[in-house]
Design a protein around this ligand. Structure first.
Ligand code: GUN
Length: 284
């Protein structure tokens, strides 16, 4: 029997429509539009596509998009200066610095300079601390988008054995914490994990976020598991997830496709965070 497809495109549409409606109501009430500033450094083709999608989604929702394309020769001080300028601007409610940054720029330093109230990525140490303390402020977009998918399809989380493959700051770590706060039992696996296949096969909820095409095979998945694929790998020009979709969908009860699963949720949650940040800043 084939798995139910977790349609991230559809769920992201619902989130975006809700944001759009709320923004429209704000504007009708005489408010100025929310604004999101996105800084892109260099010419990374994938980053360029993501940033373009973020800008388009903003405009569609009535959020003003301010895009800054900087050459990869930009100095750390120049980038910090842009972020400080954006921190001070009233028409900018959210700031996102697209990662990865060139190696001569220290990402951690840049992320720490973003005003935590405008940190729509949820990457500032203040917001990371808030997440760990379960005192929610702005949550990282990809894992919060995954929670949104799980909730939309009423996947039981409490008491579930959740295995996360990948320990990145952007996905793996915050995902583990969010699932733990919802009372799942968490295992985080990574490149040095022994018996990865065996650990993964114990999962009721399996989140693959390692960035290796088709790493998760059918043997690594329990019958009836819910499989979330965060992978965005280019294989011979084709976008491919971390999960062997064809084989795994014969075993899983639910699975996200690539594309059309987690990816669109990240953008939708960014809009949601921008609106949340706007409301906190303006009191509206
Ligand atoms: N690069 C890959 N994913 C992300 C993300 O969610 N935010 C930012 N800023 N950069 C990314």
């Amino acid at each position: 029997m084939g798995a139910t497809i977790l349609d991230g495109k559809k769920v992201s549409q619902l989130v975006k429509e809700k944001v759009k409606k709320e923004v429209r109501e704000l504007l009708e009430g005489g408010a100025t539009p929310p604004g999101l500033a996105v800084a892109l450094v260099g010419e990374d083709p994938a980053s360029k596509i993501y940033v373009r999608k973020k800008g388009e989604a903003c405009e569609e929702a009535g959020i003003t998009s301010h895009q800054y394309n900087l050459p990869d020769t930009v100095t750390q001080e120049e980038l910090l200066s842009l972020v400080r300028d954006l921190n001070g601007r009233e028409d900018v409610n959210g700031i996102l610095v697209q990662l990865p940054l060139p190696s001569h720029v220290d990402s951690k330093t840049v992320l720490e300079v973003v005003d935590p109230l405008k940190d729509v990525d949820g990457f500032h140490p203040y917001n990371v601390g808030k997440l760990v303390a379960n005192d929610v402020n702005l949550l990282p977009c990809t894992p919060s988008g995954i929670m949104e998918i799980l909730d939309h399809y009423r996947i039981p989380i409490e008491g579930a054995d959740a295995v996360i493959i990948g320990r990145s700051d952007i996905v793996g770590k915050p995902m583990a914490i969010m699932l733990m706060h919802r009372h799942a039992t968490i295992t985080v696996c990574h490149s040095r994990t022994r018996n990865l296949a065996q650990v993964a096969a114990g999962a009721d909820i399996l989140v693959a976020a390692l960035g290796k095409a088709r790493l998760v095979t059918a043997e690594m998945v329990k019958e009836g598991a819910v499989v979330i694929d965060v992978g965005m790998n280019r294989v011979e020009g084709k976008l491919t997830g971390d999960v062997d979709f064809e084989a795994v969908s014969e075993k899983a009860s639910h699975i996200t496709p690539v594309p059309g699963g987690v990816g669109p949720m990240t953008v939708a949650m960014l809009l949601k965070n921008t609106l949340t940040a706007y409301r906190k800043q303006t009191g509206r």
